[in-house]
Design a protein around this ligand. Sequence first.
Ligand SMILES: [Zn+2]
Length: 248
Amino acid sequence: MIRLTSAEQLLQELGITEPEEIDLEAIAWHVGATVKRRILDGCEARIVGAGGRAIITVNTNSAFVRQQFSIGHEIGHWHYHRGKSLVCRSDDIGGSSTGSTMLERQADKFAANLLLPNYILRPYLNQFKKLTFDTIKKTANTFGTSLPATAISLTERGPWAAMLVCHGHTGRKWFSRNAGLSDYWFPNNELHPESSAIGILYGADPDQVTPRKTSAYFWFNCREAYRQDIYEQSIYTTEGDVLSLLTF
Ligand SMILES: [Zn+2]
């Protein structure tokens, strides 16, 4: 039997079995926290607690799905880091910046497990044969989650051998990898001229609607890459980067 994460235990305490039952304000209330939505200057969300009660405030200037992730993140702080007053910047929440601390990563993981719990997600994913951005979009709509957060969760925790790589104009920014893939699948820092991603990053090509078969050595330097084909599907992001979904 698979062990439940802390976030999943919390959902099960509340008898939640369907995506639409994941009501973050009700979950926060259950653990003693009240959620307030208002314009915040200079931060994405914060939590202030005393005794067994806390107030979580999220920035209404952010997209709704982003606010939801931030609430999950703050509930994570309340679960793990009680006693600390925390102010979380945009980069801290769901960020990929290497500068964010262990506490922030822990709160992010809690949010991902709260919004996309394995015990609901895994059976839901059975309807999809492949991991594509279409699969990610449908899942994001069902669970009310953002595209990037859903893409990372499905890549890391889905049943597919897949990797998600983000490149900006100065090279690779971050990547996430399915647990089933070996460590030697480490993506190159620079985009290969033969990749679809490079044309999309520089605005020459549109997003890839369907994955394209390609050589793994356009993406990886390891020996195994020279005798394997993979699929690439790349899209342009609102931050001006290119996000590539590589499936094996
Ligand atoms: Zn935080």
